[in-house]
Design a protein around this ligand. Structure first.
Ligand code: NDP
Length: 289
């Protein structure tokens, strides 16, 4: 019978570490600050925003939200994002995505400077994760999944990891982070042949698909660790993951639930990234004095 690994404990440990870091900066008259940039009123964004504000408050990190109308023009969007990026009191910027269709991500993705890009929008940070450069920022969600694995002392070195999903926000960075920890990684997607067979060879199975309860026991190796990143609504309107937890829990050794799994660690990672951004910016400023 698999053990549920909830995210709460991991989130609490990270939050405590962040609080200590923030207190330390306070003694040097520096206060980390997050700026959230939201375009429109998407329900998912509003719910994440609420959780992020609460977490920043609990860590004593400053937090503001810049809200733009859903029909904002690309030129106006660029002007405001540049102004936010140029604000020296802001250390980390979280921009909710996807952006509305009138804004071309390829045109705007370089505006947030890499050192403030705490959720990995700028390709410079994607490159840093690929290089294993610790000054970079991986997206908060796959980092949260890694924190859960680390906190629960799940061995990764030499293990077979299979990730289902290849988005830039979750699947691909998750693969790079697992590779960095010496796992042997396979990335699957909608064109993967014999998906269940490939998945069932994994010691660590990560589902980042966006399909409610698609992963059943056929995808799970006996004793595998199953990390469910998915956030979906089922036909009854209930929140659920990509994994059919009821059907998979007996075969797995550990399994993360949805809700209360990976999602509950994401804002703690966000806070950790704001602190890190602030520390790195401060360090860089000290070097130039
Ligand atoms: P995307 O839609 O960008 O990517 C989904 C991936 O799943 C794609 O690579 C796609 O393949 C693959 N896929 C879709 N259908 C299948 C299928 N039938 N078989 C195999 N692969 C399939 O989603 P995201 O990466 O942004 O998000 C993934 C999930 O994670 C979603 O449920 C999302 O809500 C959740 N999420 C959770 C967060 C959290 O904090 N917990 C934060 C961000 C996302 P292909 O590339 O071939 O199309």
């Amino acid at each position: 019978m698999g053990e549920f690994i909830k995210g709460r404990q991991t989130a609490d440990v990270i939050t405590l570490e962040v609080k200590k870091g923030v207190e330390d900066l306070k003694t040097q008259n520096v206060k980390p600050k997050l700026m959230i940039v939201r375009v429109g009123e998407r329900v998912d964004d509003l719910s994440y925003e609420k959780a992020a504000i609460k977490r920043m408050k609990s860590c004593d990190i400053g937090c503001e939200v810049t809200v733009l109308p859903g029909d904002v023009s690309q030129d106006d969007f660029i002007g405001i994002l540049k102004a936010v990026n140029g604000d020296s009191t802001v250390h980390g910027i979280l921009l909710f995505r996807p952006l509305p269709e009138q804004i071309d991500e390829n045109t705007v993705k370089h505006i947030i400077s890499p050192e403030k890009d705490i959720d990995c929008f700028n390709p410079a940070n994607v490159a840093k994760i690929a290089e294993g450069d610790k000054t970079g920022f991986a997206p908060c969600t796959p980092t949260a999944a890694m924190e859960i694995l680390k906190h629960n002392s799940i061995q990764l070195r030499g293990k077979k990891a299979v990730i289902i999903g290849r988005s830039l926000v979750v699947g691909k960075p998750m693969a790079l982070l697992l590779l960095e920890e010496d796992a042997t990684v396979t990335i699957c997607h909608s064109k993967t042949a014999e998906l269940a067979k490939v998945a069932s060879e994994a010691d660590i199975l990560v589902a980042a698909i966006g399909r409610a309860r698609m992963i059943t026991e056929d995808f799970v190796k006996e004793g595998a660790v199953v990390i469910d990143v998915g956030i979906n609504m089922d036909e009854e309107g209930n929140l659920c993951g990509d994994v059919d937890t009821e059907r998979c829990k007996d075969k797995s050794s550990y399994i993360t639930p949805v809700p209360a799994g990976v999602g509950s660690v994401t804002t703690a990672v966000l806070a950790k990234h704001v602190l890190k951004a602030c520390q790195l910016i401060k360090f860089a400023q000290e070097q130039t004095i």
